[in-house]
Design a protein around this ligand. Structure first.
Ligand code: ADP
Length: 402
């Protein structure tokens, strides 16, 4: 069965075509700068022996519909194609950022589903409209192919009320559904499953703290395989320090910025979402640059690293208290998978909680699930590469076969 996974942003479409027999990637690519003067499309096919072949296209005034039509043409054309006909695709799986409280599982998209995603737009004003555009254009390009929505929020719908309610007037929840939702659900779910396989223990018996550290970052407490708390909230702004997002702050700071610095809501939004985090602290949002600068003795970069890892350490402590017993701490995402120094700083001083990192194992760079704790500590510390696209493909397949 072939499944096409699509992740539509406001100016981009990322995609991967999977053959689910062996869960192999047949083609992958990304259309970018959609809506600007010239859109670009980079399309890579992967042959059976792993050989990759990339084609680049650029086109004036590419919109989402045209971008996806180009992708469909490349997937099926004689030179670059990996399938004969768009109907060879059994289903299209869409990443949808905000499923609100309605969607606890992936499902086949019909009018009622798109209406409901639309209703959740106020909760994710940047993401849900783009995801809906992806669904609409995929429906017209891949006619008669079932479309499945897989929600970033769904995995966290098992949070208990005490974890998802904010201590705000109850009416804000009753009327406007203001609560913690959590994001990165497909990644947390995927690495939790992989950790269970690696440890050879059923996921339903495992308590985990999963740390997804990419450009966005979030921590999740998983009890007996279910998400019971997570650091992102109503929006992906809350929680850990991120590339350009502040994570947790005193909620009174926006009042101060408005009253004393006369800033507008849009300016404050831009500060917290785009000018804060690592970038705000040291001018760099990419962890590789932060680490390079810190290594040269740059004080701001060093501080950014300290604030970043200290926040993670606090969440590890909090979620250890939530779970009572932690079987494994799991690092994933571009930073979690690759930045050994970050992993070490996050775990430093946690031996009282049974958490430590072995310096030699921590330096291993194999892109496979691996253990990095020393032999004599009680909590397994794992590095597990995430694969959100594969998780979406698996969930899409499961949904259409139901
Ligand atoms: P996204 O959330 O956009 O999917 P990624 O999961 O790819 O992002 O993570 C991007 C982050 O991973 C960036 O901060 C980048 O610097 C960091 N990263 C990638 N490779 C390395 C590396 N070798 N060492 C340190 N950080 C890395």
């Amino acid at each position: 069965m072939k499944i096409l996974v699509i992740n539509t942003g406001s100016s981009s479409i990322k995609y991967q075509l999977f053959d689910m027999a062996e869960e192999t990637v047949l083609a992958t690519g990304m259309a970018e700068r959609i809506g600007s003067d010239t859109g670009t499309l980079s399309h890579t096919t992967v042959a059976e022996d792993g050989t990759r072949n990339t084609t680049e296209i650029s086109e004036k005034q590419m919109d989402h519909a045209r971008g996806l039509a180009c992708i469909a043409a490349l997937l099926t054309d004689e030179t670059h194609g990996v399938i004969k006909d768009a109907l060879d695709i059994a289903a299209v799986g869409h990443r949808v950022v905000h499923g609100g409280e309605t969607f606890k599982d992936p499902l086949i998209i019909d009018q009622s589903v798109t209406d409901e995603i639309e209703k959740n737009t106020p909760l994710a004003p940047l993401h849900n409209p783009a995801n809906l555009t992806g669904i609409r254009v995929a429906g017209s390009v891949f006619l008669n192919v079932p479309q499945v929505a897989v929600f970033d929020t769904a995995f966290h719908q098992t949070l208990p009320k005490q974890a998802y309610m904010y201590a705000l007037p109850h009416d804000l929840y009753d009327t406007h559904r203001i609560r913690r939702y959590g994001f990165h659900g497909t990644s947390h779910a995927y690495v939790a499953g992989k950790a269970a396989d690696f440890l050879n223990i059923p996921l339903e018996q495992l308590n985990l703290i999963t740390l997804h550290l990419g450009n966005g970052a979030s921590a999740t407490a998983i009890q007996n395989g279910k998400s019971v708390d997570t650091s992102m909230g109503l929006t992906p702004l809350e929680g850990l320090v991120m590339g350009t997002r502040s994570g947790d702050v005193d909620p009174a700071i926006p009042f101060f910025l408005s009253r004393h610095l006369d800033m507008s809501l849009d300016e404050i939004d831009a500060i917290f979402n785009r000018q804060s985090g690592l970038k705000g602290l040291c001018g760099e949002n990419d962890m590789r640059s932060v680490l390079e600068k810190a290594a040269t003795g740059d004080d701001h970069a060093r501080l950014a690293l300290d604030v970043y890892t200290y926040r993670i350490k606090k969440y590890i402590g909090a979620y250890t208290a939530v779970l009572g017993r932690v079987d494994a701490l799991v690092f994933t995402g571009g930073i979690g998978e690759n930045a050994s120094d970050v992993r070490e700083y996050c775990c430093r001083g946690l031996s009282g909680l049974g958490i430590a990192v072995d310096p030699v194992r921590n330096k291993d760079t194999a892109a496979l699930p691996r253990r990095i704790n020393p032999g004599n500590t009680s909590v397994a510390v794992l590095v597990v590469p995430t694969d959100e696209e594969l998780e979406i493909a698996r969930q899409t397949q499961k949904t259409v076969l139901k």
